[in-house]
Design a protein around this ligand. Structure first.
Ligand SMILES: [Cu+2]
Length: 506
């Protein structure tokens, strides 16, 4: 229907134009062509001058009236260190191009009026060459252009310092795809692990991270709609890539904008200088931001209170392009460190202990030993201090390992958790525990029972060898009878093969 109406309008407009043309022709025949042309040229010349005045006044007025809504002015001054320099470059460019813009429009329209044809008495001046003029319009733009380009290059070099390994900076990685960003943080070691596109596995490893690289096991990946946290006054390097089509990593408030190209990593370095809170305060000084955020709720929070920094995709990358928007929160360094420490690494939550884990039974990483120690401590403390009778008395010893199919305790790896348990046993001197062994359902039930029994006893022996009194310990094998997960999957069986700590009395 809309198309039909649009087509009808265009058709009718064409008819009107043709009719006016016919009418002018007819009146020219009646009044004499020259007289008609003269008066029509004058009318059009005046109309052009009026248009020029309205257009130029409108341009200047609107730029002034809406300056507070434009990046770089009023409330929207830069939130990053380099942004001020970029805004300055834009202003210098605007100054020169503004002069040219206004002058060319004045000349264009004024000359159309002044040199309109009013008879046959006027002829254009013709000259073949004028060295002076050529010089002026070559040299002046050349000087201005050189100045602008050189200034731009200097600014670009300032914005992009060459970071060496000695510089302190936070490197994060943004991977764009239809239609979201995966943001990767380097975890405690400050290093992003290697990636290889051949390792991409949509179900378990959508970024193709190489888990064999130890730098990758503590990497944190923010998915979907999580807020992106950044520390104030810290140099941040963003590695930008894409998995499918072109995207664009755009942080308007920080004047950061860089294409995300599949197969060709790009990067950007910037330093946020205002926390989200500080930027909100900056906004609150302007009347435009003192209005309610939601017009339907006049007593609700003000616009400045609801402000968030955003990451947008600035490339029209497909139907769901809009949903690539992400909120960015800039906080003080201390707050950032606390936030980062509270994040679980992708490896720990998704890969560890599964079949695809290259480190299963081979290595424990310092951060997981630490995390596991505090988990065990709080699990036991929870049970000890519980008065409601709801706390869990069965605590899985997640870092106790045996040789495959045998009861040989891998004490090289198991010593961390078990030694920590010894410490906790001496802290809670009245605690008595049972060590409970469990298996999956592979093989026959009787041998599983005996395997679980001897495994539990191996842990018991280890604890006794470390000085825990035998009277506080017992060991029992439960075989395959108490699975936690299905035995139908490899991951499920992995979980079912376990040794548990059962607190008998506090
Ligand atoms: Cu996109």
């Amino acid at each position: 229907m809309t198309y039909l109406i649009a087509f009808a309008i265009i058709f009718l407009l064409a008819v009107v134009v043709i009719q006016i043309g016919k009418l002018t022709e007819l009146s020219a025949r009646i009044r004499g062509e020259e007289a008609v042309e003269k008066s029509s040229n004058t009318t059009q010349g005046i109309a052009l001058v009026v248009f020029m005045i309205v257009f130029l006044v409108g341009t200047v007025w609107s730029a002034w009236a809406y300056k507070n809504d434009m990046l770089g002015y009023g409330p929207l001054t830069s939130a990053s260190a380099h942004g001020f320099e970029l805004d300055h470059i834009f202003n210098v460019t605007l100054f020169f191009t503004g002069i040219v813009f206004i002058l060319t429009h004045i000349f264009l329209f004024w000359y159309s009026y002044k040199y309109r044809r009013t008879g046959n008495d006027r002829k254009a001046l013709f000259f073949a060459h004028d060295t002076k003029l050529e010089l002026i319009w070559t040299v002046v733009p050349a000087i201005v252009m050189t100045y602008l380009v050189a200034n731009g290059l200097i600014a670009w070099n300032n914005i992009f310092p060459t970071l060496t390994s000695e510089d302190k900076y936070l490197e994060i990685e943004a991977t764009g795809y239809q239609f979201a960003w995966d943001i990767r943080y380097p975890g405690g070691d400050g290093k992003l692990g290697n990636k290889d596109f051949r390792l991409i596995d949509p179900a378990n490893n959508s970024l193709g991270i190489d888990w064999k690289d130890e730098a990758s096991v503590d990497d944190i990946i923010l998915g979907g709609s999580d807020k992106i946290y950044l520390p104030k006054d810290s140099t941040i390097k963003v590695r930008i890539t894409a998995k499918d089509v072109l995207h664009n990593f755009y942080l308007p408030h920080f004047r950061v904008k860089m294409d995300a190209v599949p197969g060709l990593p790009t990067s950007f370095i910037f330093t946020p200088v205002k926390t989200t809170k500080e930027f909100r305060e900056q906004l609150s000084a302007f009347p435009e931001w003192q209005v309610p955020a939601d017009p339907a709720d006049p007593s609700g929070p003000k616009r400045w209170e609801k402000f968030e920094y955003e990451l947008a995709c600035a490339e029209l990358c497909g139907k769901g392009h809009y949903s690539m928007r992400r909120v960015i929160e800039v906080v003080e360094r201390e707050e950032f460190d606390i936030w980062l420490a509270g994040q679980k690494s992708f490896y720990v939550t998704n890969i560890r202990g599964k079949e695809i884990d290259p480190w299963a039974g081979k290595k424990l990483f310092p951060f997981e030993i630490k995390a596991r120690a505090s988990e065990l401590k709080s699990d036991i403390a929870n049970f000890i201090s519980d008065t409601t009778g709801t706390a869990n008395r069965n605590i899985q010893l997640k870092h106790v390992f045996y040789a495959t199919g045998s009861s040989d305790l891998n004490s090289e790896l198991s010593k961390y958790e078990l030694d920590h348990l010894v410490e906790l046993m001496s802290k809670y001197a009245n605690m008595r525990v049972e060590l409970a062994g469990h298996t999956d359902n592979v093989g026959d039930a009787a041998s599983n029972l005996s395997l679980s029994n001897s495994r539990a006893n191996k842990v018991l022996e280890y604890l006794i060898s470390k000085g825990v009194s035998a009277s506080r310990l017992s060991a029992k094998g439960y075989g395959q009878d108490q699975p936690l997960e299905t035995n139908d999957t490899a991951d499920g069986r992995q979980i079912n093969r376990r040794t548990e700590l059962r607190i008998i009395s506090k």
